[in-house]
Design a protein around this ligand. Sequence first.
Ligand code: M6R
Length: 605
Amino acid sequence: MCGIIGFTGTGDARGIILDGLKRLEYRGYDSAGIAIQRNNEINMVKAQGKVDNLVNLAVANDKLIGTCGIGHTRWATHGIPNDINAHPHMSEDGKFAIVHNGIIENQAEIKEKLLKKGMTFKSETDTEVMVQLLSFNYNGDIKKAIMKTVSEVTGSYGIGVLCTDNPGVIYAAKVASPLIIGIGVGENYFGSDITAFINHTKNVIDLDDNELAEIHKDKVIIYDYKGEEIKKEIRKVTWDIAAAEKSGYEHFMIKEIMEQPAAIKATIEPRIKNGKIDFDELNLDILKYNRVLITACGSAYYAGCVGKLVIEKLARLHVSMDVASELRYSDPMIDEETLVIVVSQSGETADTIAAIKEAKSKGATVLAIVNVVGSTIAKLSDYVIYTWAGPEIAVATTKGYTTQVAVFYMFAVWAAKKLNKIDDKQLEEYTNIIKHLPERAQRALDLNAKVKTLADKYYHNKSIFFIGRYFDYAVCLEGSLKLKEISYIHSEAYAAGELKHGTIALIDEGRLVVAACCYEPLLDKIISNIQQVKARGAEVLALAMEDNKKIFKEADDVLLVPKTNELFMSLVEIIPLQLFAYYVAKNNKCDIDKPKNLAKSVTVE
Ligand code: M6R
């Protein structure tokens, strides 16, 4: 979703901000803009489309030479994507410029009030309403004006503000939309995430809700909304800059696919002590809960689908599932005895945040599985397990998903032991299997040199079905999403046994069916499903364990999965499907890292 960067220092603000906007492109956007403050005036340039369009305009504009400014990539919510609706927005009097992430819900009433006062508006955005309100509220004290303005709006915002009366200072404030301050030497930054300025500094302050930052080149002062100064800790980010760059790969997605063995290892290793999974650091009393509810969106939800199966199988706890966008409105049956597990790579997904609030309002305990340290979801939850996947830049998640699955495996085994459903010997046995998953993931990558050839054969398909049973079905859900989001090919995942209840009507000559056949206890069942679709003319690409001889006789082609214990194989099994989606999308010349209409972090409902 929208990205923000702000800079103040002695260097070239235009260059730094444009570079930051390029780094924020991965979030998804449709227009971009920059405003620079110089000699008590603010100048800005905005452009629809790619940041490169903005760069071309901005570098040719000498008025944008300066040492202090703000920039934005916009993902349209109010008003179509065009130059006028792009951010920054300036107040009519030219005194203020603002960039904004989030949605102002009462913008219509505020706009009406300001129109009556004689103010006029150029754009259709809620952000312009906010900057006009700021100007209306200003009588010489910018901090007071910002605080008054934010007290009058409802909704969510992360804002960056320039004011001509305060040269060299950038202001930032937030509610329910992330903003991070970067602390440099003789220069400071803010950004919607660390990637905006990670090439300049790794020292950050997490701005919390209802806080206002006054950022000078050599100092940062944080206030609460009563105007009291507050002390905040500086945190050092452990990601290095290479993690946020392509490092020679053609796309972030393939880089992140390849990083999975290391990411899974980083997730698992610190939680194994003396040969046993150990989550005691959490201090969570699992015996207190009689049921678990998993909620999340998109791939994070599909990681939860694997989590449900493994928790129920091993810990024998009842687990229900709901997508976060539904849970928030469905008056869910949860109470003090429910452990709600939320899953999120970004930690900023609006629907998931709303689901947490709903769960807490009903007295449930919330455990979050999150990748981004200090994110809103991490802060709102009672307990947090970080996935330690490092920054994920491609919109389509890969290492985010597999590290979430790894956490579910460890959690299930740990809970099973706490609940006396497994003994010490089984704990050690399962721990040992989990410990070796990074090697299995590496082998999945090594085994699949052939995926590219298969993608060459199948990339022209217009519609692809994924079928599987039990754990295989859970993997199909994610495999199908991966394919459709980056290649724009229609695809659906079905529990294989469901085909005959309707969908088989769509199976005809040449239709590609990807059949996941890794869960060996149900191998004969899925083979019957393969025969059913083949009898109707389908081509079958099977996903099977490397020692599965039977499958070569049944399927047209086979994607190989390294032999892994059947309870813990989903994490490995998804890897060939990620690669397949990647190469199909590449053959179709799709914008793999930034698929159309999608955003990395969905911070609006
Ligand atoms: O950041 P989150 O994990 O909360 O994001 C949830 C979904 O928006 C995300 O998984 C989405 O489905 C991805 N595009 C999948 O690749």
